[in-house]
Design a protein. Structure first.
Length: 213
């Protein structure tokens, strides 16, 4: 029997942000309307003064700021991030516009998820985020774009793909208009991937994600 979202115990999320927090806000909204059976136990920001911190605070969520520049290495920076997530008892760590490279500890393997605003492996990698991704899609004259939710490994925009959603690229699109259309797909894709993970339906085998019935 398929378990209803309302029947599941809430999954505990740590959400990592580097900017405006629109993906964080989507989580907050989907939790509020019952589409996502989750609770956000921690928000980690990679720098102070970003709009995402204000969103978290308005929602009454605990926020920690961990700045990459204060650490000598990716390993030390990552150790602090995952230590905070462990202290908060996060079941799943969700990158939501997070821009800093992480070194994933063995204890967190298969428990770190990201969403990218293109159909990976196209238009991913270091420096490919936000406006840069959408402009690259337009410059490449693609007819289709979309988003990708994937588990995270130790490289930018890598790791096993969980699911993708697509949308058209229109002749008069700008990076801004395309970003808006892609984000509408992101708002559906990320909660869906979290719910699949929560239900135990995702299995990583041979570097690929299998979705079990």
């Amino acid at each position: 029997m398929t378990q209803n979202v309302s029947d599941r115990s809430p999954i505990s999320l740590a959400v990592l942000i580097s900017g405006s927090g629109t993906t964080l806000q989507n989580f907050i909204d989907r939790i509020a309307d019952g589409q996502l059976r989750a609770r956000i136990v921690l928000v980690i920001a990679s720098r102070p003064g970003i709009a995402g911190i204000e969103r978290a605070q308005r929602a009454g969520l605990p926020v920690k700021i961990v700045e990459r520049k204060k650490f000598d290495s990716v390993a030390a920076f990552s150790e602090e991030i995952f230590s905070l997530c462990d202290q908060a008892s996060a079941d799943l760590i969700c990158l939501a516009g997070w821009l800093s490279l992480l070194k994933i500890p063995e204890s967190a393997a298969g428990r770190v998820m990201n969403i990218h605003p293109s159909l990976l492996p196209k238009f991913g990698g270091k420096g490919m985020y936000g406006h840069h991704v959408h402009q690259a899609v337009l410059d490449h004259h693609d007819d289709i774009s979309g988003c990708t939710v994937h588990y995270v490994d130790n490289s930018y925009d890598n790791g096993p793909v969980i699911l993708q959603r697509t949308c058209p690229v229109l002749p008069n699109d700008t990076a801004t208009s395309l970003a808006h259309r892609v984000f509408e797909e992101e708002k559906l894709a990320y909660p869906k991937a979290i719910s699949l993970h929560q239900a135990g339906k995702l299995q990583i085998a041979g570097g690929r994600v299998q979705i079990r019935d």
